[in-house]
Design a protein around this ligand. Structure first.
Ligand code: ADP
Length: 162
């Protein structure tokens, strides 16, 4: 059976932690949809197109990974895409409460939908997009935090491309 999983997130921007989760998900499922949430109520740092481009650059070579974007409820998008499950990454106890609440809410909205948590890799469990944005905005070196191919795009965005 063709098992489809959706990995939703802001990916503002994609980090090495996200890529690590996606690679592991791609080994477990037939098809992984990395879905960038477009939320008109939130103002992301990077536009939807920039976030999609960086994900494509970072993941271009994985044959069963699709990069997409969605608006509205995740539970509805999962129905639309006939997804069997949602993947989320868990870094530390701080992620747990929010993730648990979201998983249970999605289950109520779409009872067929499972949420699967993958524990963050010990090398990237400290990483967050917000930390990358903060370091990059001040011209710091982000090469340990994001895939090499997106470093330049992020530096350019903040005007530190020399
Ligand atoms: P959101 O705004 O939905 O939290 P993010 O783009 O920040 O979106 O994260 C998407 C998912 O990836 C979440 O499940 C988050 O916990 C997970 N994640 C974020 N950073 C890491 C990391 N360094 N290692 C593993 N998982 C991560």
């Amino acid at each position: 059976m063709n098992k489809i999983v959706i990995y939703p997130g802001s990916f503002d921007p994609v980090t090495r932690g996200h890529v690590e989760i996606i690679k592991r998900a791609a080994k477990m499922f037939d098809h992984v949809i990395v879905a960038v949430l477009v939320n008109s109520a939130k103002k992301p740092c990077f536009s939807t197109d920039e976030r999609l481009d960086m994900l494509r650059l970072a993941l271009g070579n994985i044959h069963n990974v699709e990069i997409a974007s969605f608006e509205g409820l995740l539970a509805n998008y999962c129905k639309e895409r006939k997804a069997d499950a949602v993947i989320r990454g868990l870094r530390a106890v701080t992620d747990f409460e929010y993730e648990f609440q979201m998983a249970l809410t999605n289950k109520k909205l779409n009872p067929n939908l499972e949420t699967i948590f993958l524990t963050a890799d010990s090398d990237s469990m400290y990483l967050s997009s917000s930390m990358v944005r903060e370091v990059a905005s001040m011209g710091g070196d982000i090469s340990n935090f994001v895939p090499a191919c997106v470093c330049e795009k992020i530096a350019e965005h903040f005007g530190h491309n020399d």
